[in-house]
Design a binder for this molecule. Sequence first.
Ligand code: NAX
Length: 334
Amino acid sequence: MDATTVTVTGAGGQIGYALLFRIASGAMLGPDRPVRLRLLEIPQGLKAAEGAALELQDCAFPLLRSVEITDDARTGFDGANIAMLVGARPRAAGMERGDLLAANAGIFGPQGAALNEVAAADIRVVVVGNPANTNALIAAASAPDIPGDRFAALTRLDHDRAVAQLADATRRSVTDVAGVTIWGNHSATQFPDLDHATVAGRPAREVLADALGGADAVTRWLDDEFVPRVAKRGAEIIAVRGSSSAASAANAALSHIRDSLLGTGDGWTSAAVLSRGEYGVAEGLYSSFPVTSDGSGYRIVEGLSLDDRARARLDASVAELTAERDAVRALGLI
Ligand code: NAX
């Protein structure tokens, strides 16, 4: 089988460190597909990437064909089949949102342009670095020859968090849970939605009512515990661990690519993909939706009903995405 070239940006960071070894082991592309890794860093991050490359060598992974390290985007993305854009500029003390968007546009704009020039024809891109949805929008806008639906931003971590919280609350296994959706932005405004979810084939609200003591208790749990817990889980991890989610984020990025390439099977997952107006989300935004893949890339699951509560929450998150898009437009970044 031909080797797949996977480029990881920010490869010297903590998510990169949790991600590279699992890609090289075959956990992302399957046990038969050889992989060539490209680690793209800024000059300050090269040493850490080199260290990871030494350890990759020491693992003697049978599927790993090569590891190349660079701080040049064109070299890093040359012939890439998959790009995982993890490296981003974090919010520094005193930074306004416009400054953060502009700093990241300075990364994701040039990376999108480099992808446009040198990536393989079948390139697929997942943006992990925050603000992920708008960074995906900027990268895609800078890559006019790559179809917009090849870009996505990661909301799989939010999705997996929601699945795990539902399994925990109903004392069932995560494998019993289906039909969970993350809508909107990968931020505190996201809407983790259980209205279409099932647990062991029964509507999640029914199973929750049994576990929590009635329908009112379910509504309280959803609004006061579940939604905020999933949306703010990143802050909870920082408070407990002392640094931000890394292994779980890497796992989610890997699952995002794996399911896009190998298929989602019977159920659906969540990813922030290009809106063509589905569910009233403004066309052109990268917003999280329920998605399936048959191996050819993510497609939005259509036709789900949204009640007033769901509509209001989705609209609030989309309003934030629209404001981010308008801000980068006003700055002339897209
Ligand atoms: P780290 O600070 O550990 O690593 C980031 C790495 O990116 C550093 O090595 C840095 O040198 C490199 N980098 C910076 N600018 C770069 C550029 N222009 N090209 C290539 N590399 C560059 O951060 P880490 O914990 O790994 O997180 C990375 C990003 O993921 C952050 O933006 C973070 O906010 C975001 N996250 C996104 C999540 C999601 O679900 N979408 C969840 C986890 C995480 O918070």
